[in-house]
Design a protein around this ligand. Structure first.
Ligand code: NAD
Length: 369
């Protein structure tokens, strides 16, 4: 038996609906694959605001710091639009990321074979695509000081932000990139704008130095604008793209579209390994989708695939992560689809039916093995 503690934070909107389906999957792994899950469920975001008066309660944060991994649904909704900024649902998520120092954001852009035709690119460019964008998440221009909007003595107004990275922040992100590439296809693209930014020159210098510690991994440097272009020109040339907060934000959204649907995209945010343990938060890329909440239309697969990442990165369990991803592929191959990914002429299934289909597919794979 493998003990594993999980904190589930369903959140708002479709979050609770997709996390209910994830519970079915987690229970299946507990019953069939030797896991002894210790699961705590709590509120985050708007739901936490309603229950605790703030979007991340102190006791929730304490639990978050103690568990092996956190899996989240999504937060936010129009009913909290007028709440003070620091009490809004998103503030709870940002605090959680900051408190756990989750500096490495992993966003895989994997094109599941059955969905290749849903991409905005030609099928042959994306079929079999498997790239990983590694975005620095806790520093850079989104956090740099000084920042502001001001009026100069001569009356001109200006707005400004500061792109700033400490050496240690770049180093740890690049180390994560090389370690991930070692478990994948052995290639890292370090992406910056060294042609026009001092922080880019600095980033490239450190990437080159860190790269020497990983002689088996191929390191290539690329300017961010070229990377955006190459992502839509020839996306399969990439394995791991390691980049800063701002470029990673943009490039990961660009890569996301290659794969078809928002309802399919998982993510992981990881902290540094301390005494062999790494803080980790897994969540779908999509938001709380208030437009479809409560209607049984939400696609739970991004959340299910986030749990596959949890098995892979928090429990070092590639075998079960592969099994879960295979179950997702098998279900899609059978044309079992929620409305966002439904093929023409095929009736879509509900959120709950999709959860059941994944559990059935897992059972079939287990029987066949
Ligand atoms: P969204 O991702 O919630 O929805 C965008 C569109 O995609 C909608 O039409 C929605 O119906 C659809 N969609 C999203 N997920 C889907 C799924 N699993 N299955 C089927 N369709 C799906 O983005 P938005 O509308 O810009 O934001 C809605 C709320 O979510 C806002 O309050 C926003 O702040 C919040 N948000 C939260 C997170 C997060 O929790 N990490 C991320 C993004 C947005």
């Amino acid at each position: 038996m493998k003990d594993a503690s999980l904190l589930l934070l369903p959140g708002d909107g479709i979050g609770p609906e997709v996390v209910v389906e994830l519970r079915k999957v987690i229970d299946w792994f507990g019953n069939n694959r030797g896991y002894n899950f210790n699961i705590t469920e709590d509120d985050l975001g708007g739901a936490a605001y309603e229950r605790y008066g703030k979007p991340l309660a102190d006791e929730t944060l304490t639990t978050a710091k103690s568990v092996d991994a956190i899996v989240m649904g999504s937060v936010g909704g129009p009913q909290w639009d007028n709440v003070e900024r620091h009490l809004r649902p998103e503030a709870g998520l940002l605090t959680l990321r900051k408190e756990l120092d989750l500096f490495a954001n992993l966003r895989p852009a994997t094109c599941r074979p059955a969905l290749a035709s849903a991409s905005s690119l030609h099928e042959d460019l994306v079929s079999g695509l498997d790239i990983l964008i590694l975005r620095e998440l806790t520093a850079g221009v989104y956090f740099g000081e000084p920042r502001g909007i001001e009026t100069l003595p001569d009356g001109r107004r200006r707005g400004f932000d500061t792109q700033v990275y400490f050496e240690s922040e770049i180093e740890r992100l690049l180390h994560a990139g090389f370690e991930l590439a070692a478990k994948r296809n052995g290639k890292v693209h370090s992406v910056e704008k060294a042609n026009v930014m001092e922080s880019g020159v600095f980033w490239r210098e450190i990437a080159t130095r860190v790269g020497k510690e990983y002689p088996d991994i191929t390191l290539e440097h690329m300017y961010a604008d070229n990377c955006a272009m190459q992502l839509v020109r020839q996306p399969k040339q990439f394995d791991v793209i390691a980049t800063d907060n701002l470029f990673g934000d943009i490039l990961s959204d660009c890569a996301a579209m290659l794969t078809g649907s928002l309802g399919m995209l998982p993510s992981a945010s990881l902290g540094a390994a301390i005494n062999g343990k790494r803080a980790a938060l897994y969540e779908p890329v999509h938001g709380s989708a208030p437009d479809i909440a409560g209607q049984g239309k939400a696609n739970p697969l991004a959340t299910v695939l986030s749990f596959a990442m949890c098995l892979r990165y928090s429990f070092d369990d590639n075998e079960n992560a592969d099994l879960l991803e295979q179950a997702v592929d098998n279900v899609l191959d059978q044309n079992i689809r929620t409305v966002d990914i439904a093929a023409k002429g095929v009736n879509p299934v509900s959120t709950s039916d999709m959860g059941d289909a994944i559990v059935t597919a897992l059972g079939n794979l287990q029987t066949a093995a």
